[in-house]
Write a protein that binds this ligand. Structure first.
Ligand SMILES: [Zn+2]
Length: 419
């Protein structure tokens, strides 16, 4: 499997004169992008295969950028317009599906009790508000801020420093326009060297006034054969609880509470955030040891279920925070890719209140950190229980993935294996 990683190198070694020049280029690039955006906004039929001379020449009277860089700008403009329209369509679908669900409820529920009449009344109000919202919805044209550009070998090239000493390399940019060429000094850092040693640097760069971002590609080989599967539940008492009954990162709560006490924007706050990130990185690495497939809860399959989304986001708000949650999932997935471990997700629906033995889902099953089934009396740590449900959901396919493991796969949980 091919994986891509990126890293940023600071532009702080650049002279003042060059910085001014770089800023001028970025501004001009942003301006040109915006001319293209205006054009593509009213010409939705154009796609990337049509970015030929007539279109690339559109902003020619208003910019000094070369045809090469104009083409780069056109491509970025097309991406920006496309993504805004996609997000807008998605939002519209969300509202439309809520309206359809309301209409269905209004058709099926009869006004035969006071309670039902009140419900129906509320649905009517909601329906009216949403219909009005839908008719008012319109996409906002994006705007390029002129603060970054994504360029490749047609414009830029990383040249190794010939002289020993000052800098490791220069990012040489040419074919910009107005006869400008620009060399930005680059000093490698630890992460850059690591990536450079084990992967292939791509001829693609994101340039801003603060940094140049490099990307690297590496072939990891095929995924490991699936023998050891674990489910992972994310929480505040332990960052990760696994279905093989282990807990990792039990110090995360203290770290998050400390970070919350730090003043916004202070150096202490930044340090606290870095400590949390570092801890998440460590756990995301540690947890994959001797594993071939991990399963986590994720919302991706639930785009249309806003009620469920609300419930999960509420859970996360009261636990590790949505930012930390997103960062944690991202790190897990990245580490899986690097270690040839398969990464799967299931719906979080009821995982924390379902009994893994008798399947009863009841909110009374969970009491803080303790899980005790109201029906069969099965008792466990609440987070570990959730991890068991996550892996079970994955294996049975209920609400989750349709993946079926091969026979040789061993489920690393004694309770579930004996069922
Ligand atoms: Zn039970």
């Amino acid at each position: 499997m091919k994986i891509v990683r990126s890293t940023k190198c600071s532009t702080k070694f650049t002279t003042k004169k060059k910085m001014i020049e770089l800023n001028t280029i970025l501004k001009e690039y942003g301006k040109t992008c915006n001319i293209f955006i205006s054009y593509f906004w009213t010409h939705p039929e154009i796609d990337k295969t049509q970015l030929l001379k007539p279109i690339v020449d559109i902003p020619m009277a208003n910019t000094w950028l070369t045809a090469r860089l104009r083409k780069v700008a056109a491509r970025e403009a097309l991406d920006m317009v496309g993504s805004v329209k996609n997000v807008f369509e998605w939002n519209k679908e969300q509202v439309q599906s809520t309206i359809t669900a309301l209409e269905k409820k209004l058709k099926t529920v009869k006004p035969d009790s006071k309670n039902n009449r009140r419900k129906i009344n509320n649905w009517h109000k909601k329906h009216k508000a949403l219909t009005a919202k839908l008719s008012m919805m319109s996409p906002h044209k994006p705007k390029h801020k002129g603060d970054r550009m994504a360029i490749s070998c047609t414009i830029a090239e990383l040249q190794l420093s010939k002289k020993q000493g000052k800098f490791d390399a220069w990012l040489h940019m040419a074919s910009i326009g107005n006869g400008i060429t620009l060399d930005i000094p680059i000093n490698y850092h630890k992460h850059f060297r690591e990536l450079n040693n084990k992967s292939v640097r791509q001829n693609a760069y994101i340039v801003t006034k603060d940094y140049v971002q490099f990307s690297f590609e590496r072939e990891t080989g095929p995924k490991k054969e699936v023998k050891n599967i674990i489910g992972i539940d994310t929480g505040i008492n332990a960052l990760a609880s696994t279905s093989d009954k282990l807990q990792f990162g039990t110090d995360i709560k203290a770290l998050i509470e400390h970070s919350k006490r730090c003043k916004k924007g202070s150096k202490g706050k930044q340090r606290a955030i870095n400590t949390i990130k570092q801890r998440i990185n460590e756990v995301a690495k540690e947890i994959l040891k001797n594993k071939d497939l991990i399963v986590v809860e994720k919302l991706s399959n639930l785009n249309n279920n806003s009620k469920l989304k609300g419930r999960l986001s509420k859970n996360i708000r009261s636990s590790i925070g949505s930012w930390n949650y997103g960062y944690w999932l991202m790190r897990l997935e990245m580490n899986c890719e690097e270690n040839r471990v398969s990464f799967r997700t299931v719906s979080p629906y009821n995982t924390s209140i379902t009994c893994p033995v008798c399947n009863l889902a009841d909110s009374r099953n969970r009491n803080g950190e303790v899980f005790k089934c109201q029906a069969c009396g099965y008792t466990d740590n609440a987070d570990i229980n959730a991890a068991l449900n996550i892996v079970q959901r994955f294996l049975t396919g209920k609400y989750g993935s349709c993946y079926k493991p091969k026979n040789e796969a061993i489920l690393v949980c004694p309770e579930l294996s004996s069922l």
